[in-house]
Design a protein around this ligand. Structure first.
Ligand code: TUI
Length: 310
């Protein structure tokens, strides 16, 4: 089995999460230049908006980077075609089933990495031609599944033969060691990059991550099958109330993406939706992307001989 660094032609086996409305060319190029795989998030954007970000990213790095496709996006079909035209190297796809696009992406030489919340879906995606899978535990921020990283990673690693990339609950080198021990060959992290100098979000959002305690996040919308993890605030309570009242999934998506923009662009602490993983409680500093990546892996190098697992 190829390791993740070889598969993606990167220095460290780390992918930056495809955070909607946040992960633009600026963050993606910083991560790729620091030796990870940066991702441009498509969120709810149209294909031309994402194409522009890809071109801006190409101008800032000659290293590989990828595009994350959020499959609930109504523009998914156009974006799926556009990434082929733009010769994007890697596509990650979450919040749905990318099955119908995989053959065309593979044909175009794209490395395809779907995000999964369950073993059954991982088996289906391996059969459909996925090159690797991202296994995302419920500790993660944003739209999540039910199972924890601790429980899901070893089960998926046992069930498939393509490499597993663990996501959800990773913000320091101990958690990197833990997921490698569980069978992962790489990591995807999002929340820790929110607290990076290069992350293009409002200062209030970064400060909210730095200030967060262990119990700072809650999951909204679980009752209606649209669980989204955010920092607790007035907006989170309102969202929960609306979800209980049976507002449609489409309405809730609009509300979520609208309020995410208020968090990201305006730093609106009351009505913004500050998506974040449980690890927000561990993050104490805003640092450059390069320093974050090195801090995740350099201690791992020092420990790996004694642990013999990497
Ligand atoms: O997609 C994410 N995280 C996200 S997307 C997002 S933007 C958004 N805002 C409001 C509503 C919806 C989205 C914010 N955070 N993570 C990847 C992920 N994928 N987590 C869970 C899944 C997933 C869930 C079900 C993947 C596949 C799936 O089912 C596939 C099937 O057909 O069984």
């Amino acid at each position: 089995m190829k390791n993740i660094s070889e598969l993606l032609k990167i220095k460290y086996p780390i992918i930056q999460g495809g955070m909607a409305n946040i992960a633009n060319h600026q963050l993606a190029s910083a991560v790729s230049n620091a030796g990870g795989l940066g991702l441009i998030a498509s969120g709810g954007d149209d294909a031309e908006t994402v194409r522009e970000q890809i071109r801006l990213c190409k101008a800032l790095t000659d290293k590989p980077f990828g595009v994350n496709i959020m499959l609930m996006n109504p523009h998914t079909k156009d974006i799926a075609q556009m990434v082929i035209e733009e010769r994007v190297k890697v596509v990650t796809a979450g919040a749905g089933n990318p099955g119908i696009y995989i053959a065309a992406w593979k044909e175009a030489g794209i490395t395809v990495i779907p995000v999964m919340p369950s073993v059954a879906f991982a088996i289906r995606m391996e059969r459909a031609g996925a090159d690797a899978v991202i296994v995302e535990g419920t500790e993660a921020g944003g739209h999540i599944g039910e199972l924890t990283t601790m429980v899901l990673v070893p089960q998926v690693a046992d069930a498939i033969s393509v490499p597993v990339i663990a996501a959800g609950g990773i913000a320091d080198y101990r958690q990197v060691l833990a997921v490698f021990a569980l069978g992962a060959k790489g990591i995807q992290v999002g929340t820790i990059f929110l607290a990076s100098e290069e992350c293009p979000i409002h200062q209030n959002y970064k400060q909210a991550i730095v200030d967060a305690k262990d119990t700072a996040t809650i999951v909204t919308g679980r009752q209606i099958g649209a669980p989204v993890r955010v920092l607790k605030n007035k907006m989170a309570k309102e969202y929960s109330m609306l979800a209980k009242q049976g507002v449609s999934l489409e309405e809730l998506e609009k509300l979520t993406l609208g309020s995410l923009r208020r968090a990201v662009d305006e730093g609106d602490l009351e009505t913004g939706s500050f998506m974040a993983g449980q690890v927000a409680g561990m993050i104490k500093l805003v640092r450059p992307v390069k320093e974050i990546i090195e801090s995740l892996f350099e201690p791992v190098d020092a420990y790996k001989n004694s642990l013999r697992i990497l």
